[in-house]
Design a protein around this ligand. Structure first.
Ligand code: FES
Ligand code: FE2
Length: 411
């Protein structure tokens, strides 16, 4: 029987600046706090939006809406191969210029009065231009949004005056992921949902595995738990300035169902229990029984990295109790029917697991919204939640990141 002391050895106390007490519930239901998060976080930091494989050729583009910033965004690869981001907003009188969610075009013509823009954002033509006063074409292109690429991931930053580079922003989590062959997994499938939850309520469910034994009893069986690790304790975690990583235990003695076993013959799975994988960019703690790593890129991106497959989540705040959720699974292109079966099985399995989270989180948010609890308790294994709480507080209350723990913890 493990003692309480042994059950509290994940490392919370290694970070005295994060505290050990309950955390305030206010950030999860306060509309005023939510407004401050939008201005102090989502308007200031780098945000992961997509992979550059979504726009492989010159003039390929994607558009999407970022609700926290009320911004329609156009990401486009120019003739010169460079990926740029713009407000999808006409310089004439503000129409949304591109209405399609993706495509390829050398130029974009606004359908209101026909102003046209090149794929590098510059203004190409203005109908009946002679009727305008002081038309400075050089100043009337699409308004740029800062954009950069790391490891094939496109990030944007709404802070036009921000000075921090993307690689400085990613810092240690970038180092941790270095070497993982993201581009190899170029086949992707995506689903989106609008959840009736606060964005942090949603993310917190992916920052701990304390709930796995209970909430995912049906879908996960004992693949991530077992006699050696009945409460799915994570074996390794590290918190950085703003980001954090944990490695999830995989039960080496797990017996897959017959269908799972069939799927596993043809390829990987995030729940397969990829024992002792030692390739670059995964299993940083070199745990002997390892399933996958969860990297939390502040503020709203989660990357789940397993052997030979990975997934991303983005959580886009809409309101204090509403969040748009984008889930994308990435695989190597299937070469035969068996591999296709493996990938579709693993995507469906993951979707079922996530639905168990989603329905529970909506009920949780409904209850949290009452304000009947002013604080929440955190287990030692919920260190990552405590860390993110502190980072968010640093931005909201102090106008910048003040958590700054840089300690390494290995169990
Ligand atoms: S609003 Fe776009 S051309 Fe007038
Ligand atoms: Fe879950």
């Amino acid at each position: 029987m493990r003692t309480d002391e042994e059950n509290r050895n994940f490392g919370t106390t290694n970070y005295p600046e994060l505290g050990i007490g309950p955390i305030s519930a206010e950030p999860y239901y306060s509309a005023e706090y939510f407004e401050r998060e939008k201005s102090s976080i989502f308007s200031k930091v780098w945000l992961n939006v997509c992979r550059e494989e979504e726009l492989p050729q010159a003039n390929d583009f994607v558009t999407f809406y970022v609700p926290s910033n009320k911004a329609s965004v156009l990401i486009v690869r120019g003739d010169d191969g460079k990926v740029r981001a713009f407000y999808n907003l006409c310089s004439h009188r503000g129409n949304k210029v591109v209405w399609e969610s993706k495509g390829s075009s050398k130029a974009f013509a606004c359908r209101y009065h026909g102003w046209a823009y090149r794929s590098d954002g510059t203004l190409a033509s203005v109908p009946d231009a002679g009727g305008f006063f002081e038309l400075d074409r050089g100043q009337l292109g699409l308004t740029p949004i800062r954009a950069d690429i790391w490891g094939g991931f496109v990030f944007i930053n709404f802070d036009a005056a921000g000075a921090e580079s993307l690689s400085d922003y990613l810092a240690e989590v970038g180092d941790q992921l270095k070497g993982f062959p993201f581009a190899k997994y170029s086949a992707w499938s995506r689903f989106t949902a609008e959840l009736r939850v606060n964005w942090k309520t949603a993310i917190d469910a992916f920052q701990e595995t304390y709930h796995v034994r209970f909430l995912h009893k049906r879908s996960l069986g004992d693949s991530l738990t077992g006699p050696e690790n009945p409460f799915c304790h994570c074996g390794w975690a590290q918190v950085y300035d703003r980001h954090r990583t944990m490695s999830v235990y995989g039960n080496p003695k797990y017996c897959p169902t017959p269908t799972e076993a069939l799927a596993y013959q043809f390829g990987p799975s995030a729940t397969k229990g990829n024992i002792g994988q030692e390739q670059a960019g995964i299993n940083p703690g070199r745990l002997p029984a390892w399933a996958f790593d969860a990297h939390h890129i502040f503020p709203n991106c989660v990357m789940g990295i397993s052997a030979e497959t990975y997934f991303t989540h983005q959580f886009w705040p809409i309101a204090v109790d509403r969040t748009a959720w984008v889930v994308t699974n990435y695989h190597a292109p299937a070469m035969n029917a068996g591999q296709m079966f493996n990938q579709q099985y693993s995507d469906t399995q993951l979707r079922d697991i996530l639905l168990e989270d989603a329905i529970t989180l909506e009920h949780a948010q409904e209850a949290i919204g009452s304000g009947g609890k002013r604080s929440f308790m955190l287990h030692d294994q919920e260190l990552l939640i405590r860390h993110m709480y502190n980072v968010v507080e640093g931005y909201v209350r102090k106008g910048g990141n003040s958590a700054r723990p840089r300690l390494l913890h290995k169990q």
